[in-house]
Design a binder for this molecule. Structure first.
Ligand SMILES: Cc1ncc(C[n+]2csc(CCOP(=O)(O)OP(=O)(O)O)c2C)c(N)n1
Ligand SMILES: [Mg+2]
Length: 295
């Protein structure tokens, strides 16, 4: 008998409203596929909401609540509490928000929810700027990056959101990439099997804001990992670090020069980004090694 391959259930439907080649919508699709159709979603103003589509249409094949920009986390916490009250604790709640909605305007409400260890999964789709409003700097925008409000390059450094989340000593926090779907799927499934506040940080290449071709989102995401600009790792209980993919340690220039938003960089700026990336990578390896020593 011919072996039939079972196709995964696609929770993000066809005909969504994202730009062609959007890395964020691909990430949403992978996350939702890993979650499966039995869940409740939360979206807030961002490209996540654009992808989901305007009322009365939706590309999300699950019930979802479109909340306000600054309250993705408490909205998810409230829905989880209501489901518990109804005896439906087997239905997970997952919130999507952008980097602006997470690193900036939603940070205090996310921190409060994580401090209370509310029961939801939070996925930050980080495209490193306020994209759907026209490419403005956020605190997730890396140093020297071109955006509409940093035309000569962002003078500030990227906020270290994983360190902030780890400081809450929450059950689970992980980075994930659309270029590593198996790692991403495993992390979502692991998070789904846990309880309490779980945080996923996903770098989401944006064709428009990063000035890359429609066929480049996955390649650029892959280069972010292989250059250690965006390492793949997870943190359990805020303390136990595990690197989940050994990168090829490629020079950061390969990642930077693949994108229009970095074409203005001078050699000394590329060197500074390389040095900072190296320092962060050594620091991360140290944290992961410390964990092994302790076990
Ligand atoms: C309180 C509030 N302020 C501002 C806005 C306008 N607004 C909607 S989406 C958005 C940008 C969102 O940026 P980000 O969270 O990074 O998501 P992205 O669009 O990049 O996916 C802004 C400023 C809003 N909806 N609500
Ligand atoms: Mg953004």
């Amino acid at each position: 008998m011919m072996k039939m391959k079972t196709r995964p259930v696609e929770v993000l439907r066809r005909g969504h409203m994202a730009c062609p080649g959007c890395g964020l919508s691909l990430g949403m699709r992978m996350v939702l596929r890993a979650m499966g159709p039995k869940m409740v979603g939360v979206v807030v103003p961002s490209c996540v909401a654009v992808t989901s589509g305007p009322f009365p249409y939706t590309a999300l094949g699950v019930p979802a609540f479109h909340s306000a920009f600054e309250i993705a986390a408490p909205t998810a916490a409230g829905i989880a509490a209501a489901l518990k009250e109804q005896g439906k604790e087997d239905i997970p709640v997952l919130a999507f928000a952008g980097d602006g909605g997470t690193f900036d305007i939603g940070l205090q409400s996310l921190s409060g929810a994580a401090d209370r260890n509310e029961n939801f999964i939070y996925v930050c789709m980080d495209n490193e700027a306020y994209m759907n409003t026209g490419i403005q700097v956020s605190s997730a925008t890396p140093r020297y990056t071109w955006t509409g409000t940093s035309p000569t390059g962002n003078p500030r450094r990227k906020k270290q959101i994983m360190e902030i989340m780890a400081a809450h000593r929450m059950p689970y926090a992980a980075t994930a990439s659309i270029a590593f779907p198996e790692d991403l799927t495993r992390k979502i499934q692991k998070a789904k099997a846990m309880r309490g506040t779980r945080f996923i940080h996903m770098l989401s290449p944006c064709t428009t804001g990063w000035k890359i071709g429609e066929d480049m989102a996955v390649k650029v995401a892959m280069l972010s990992v292989e250059t250690n600009v965006f390492p793949l790792y997870e943190i359990e209980n805020g303390l136990s670090y595990t690197i989940t993919y050994s990168s090829r340690n490629l020079p950061v220039e390969k990642y930077l020069m693949a994108q229009g938003r970095y074409q203005h960089l001078q050699p000394d700026q590329i060197q500074a980004i390389q040095a900072e990336t190296d320092r962060a990578w050594v620091d991360l390896q140290g944290r992961a090694a410390k964990r092994k020593e302790e076990l």
